[in-house]
Design a protein around this ligand. Sequence first.
Ligand SMILES: [Zn+2]
Length: 293
Amino acid sequence: MTQTDIFADTIAEMTWYEVDQAAKDGAVLLWAFGVIEQHGPHLPTGTDVYIPQARLREVKRELAQRGVKALIVPPYYWGVNVVSGAFPASYKVRPEIIRELMADVFASLKGDGFQRVFCFSGHGDALHNRTIHEGVKLGVERTGMDISFVMDAALAQRLGIPLDDAQITLPAGAQAEGLKFFQVNTSSPSSPGDGEAPPRYVDVHAGRWESSMMLASCASLVRDDVRRTLKSTDLGPDDLAVWRKGFEHARRTTPLGYFGDPAAASAEEGERTLQSAAATAADAIVARIRDKQ
Ligand SMILES: [Zn+2]
């Protein structure tokens, strides 16, 4: 599934005739919100755009298998950077600009005849994700479309969004099961999966988890000779809390720019993660479509 073209399989590759027909056929839309941000000495700054695009291509395939036609909107990649804000090549856009841009694009999509948009995040910054959620709400207010933010329960909890919020799409059973790790978004892993012991160290940024998905989807962009030499940061939850304060706090906590264990990554693990997250997201999308018919 190696693919470094972020327009691949999106509306940007289609003609207007094809897009028009898809809208008439009732296609749903998938839209990822990433960021250009430092990802250590081994991953490119577009990591949070490449990974969600790889995931959305999988989600689209999974939806097709479930009888749902979907189009992928070209990715949004000028997001909010707090954590990496003190590093080079980590660009910062004000939330109000992002919200308004989202609302304008939603209005255009509505004008084309689309009714449903599922938004995904490629980036773990709390303010980035809060902004997406607010942009979604603004889009609903202005267009009346069914727009939602596909996330896992742990992210909702971290953002202070109630699990029954109308503008989020959670995996089936998430409300009952609470904070289980669904890996439905690409932002950052939140807690261990079923039957897994909680890891001793946290791996949230350009570590094993993200490096694995990059090896699976964009191997040619990984500086693999560098990656193999990187030592695990061996940082825990307390360090994570400091790191999340952002800017100089983050740069002091992780001077090389990664938080986790990049050398432990593998393409196989990345493929499994992308695949299972896409299947979970597709099930959640199908459930929302069924509930709102
Ligand atoms: Zn990332």
